[in-house]
Design a protein around this ligand. Sequence first.
Ligand SMILES: [Zn+2]
Length: 366
Amino acid sequence: MKDHLRTALRDLMLIPGLSGHEGRVRRYIKSALSDLSIATTTDRLGNLIATLAGTPGAPSVMLFAHMDQLGLMVRKIEADGLVRVERVGGVPERALAAQEVLLCVGEGRDISGVIANKSHHATQPDEKYRVLPYPEIFVDTGYRSAAEVLAAGVDVGTPVVYAPSFVELAADRVAGTSIDDRAACAVMLEVARALKGNGAGPTVHLVFSVLEEFNLRGAVTAAQVLQPDIAIQLDLILATDTPDMATRGDVRLGGGPAMSLFSFHGRGTLNGVIPHPALVGLFESAARDANLPLQRSVHIGALTDLSYVQLVGQGVASIDLGFPMRYSHSANESCDLNDLVGLTQLCLAGLKRMDANLSLDRDDYP
Ligand SMILES: [Zn+2]
């Protein structure tokens, strides 16, 4: 399982797929599912959906992860060929200086570029510790005029992402681009492999969703159509085992999968997820019985599109599960493959318990 996860994760991290431009990622996943003889459909937003039918009477489950990644988009091409960009999603400007990027013109035709970083020898003392806001940055592709840039296929609206990378670190840890949320896409493929042809357990809709980094609502469209009883989003859980994060929690990389007990985003969205108590209890006992560690996370400052999915229909019983990850939204995020194995096992153990006896009635819980 770990080898499958490593291969799929590497492949997926190396495929560019800015929000709204997930086509290449979707084609990879679609073909991986097709190799497992699992049929898929794609809705008009681009969500890829596969339904594995289960026992009638059991609740239906939407298990989802997002295919898209954050990045930039070409805003203006200067006469000298330097490219100005707009931000798509929560790109940390602190992490942009001197990064290599990829301007996604088309498969096999993508253009490499670098984000300029003012020559050190000309940097004034007051500039030394200043982060450049994104409107001031520019991308250098090597082309010397706007005409050359346009001729290469780059135009206003061209997606730009961190140059895709996959780095193997020691002890089954990896680093690179878009571990958020390709690691969960890889986990979902493993879940699909294990569930296919099973027939027992709940009906599981696997949704590989779009637009999460852009507007947090891509998966809502799938939920409206599927009307699941239960929704489980797989995404990163912030690891807090580095000195800069130490006071925020006890989530360790390599410490196993994690569940979020509370997420909230106060910067304008006023949304988050407080999971359904049935699912908290279910995954706690599933982890205990399967001898899996299960870490707990509470934090403010981030959320997933589960926040919106939970509001669909009569309300969807929801929970965020995930893998610990460091350095979120930088070009070198990091995770531990053993946590992905654990997350796969946790999903399978939890799904097995979702039978007709599982009550989602709030009055059955404190
Ligand atoms: Zn994510």
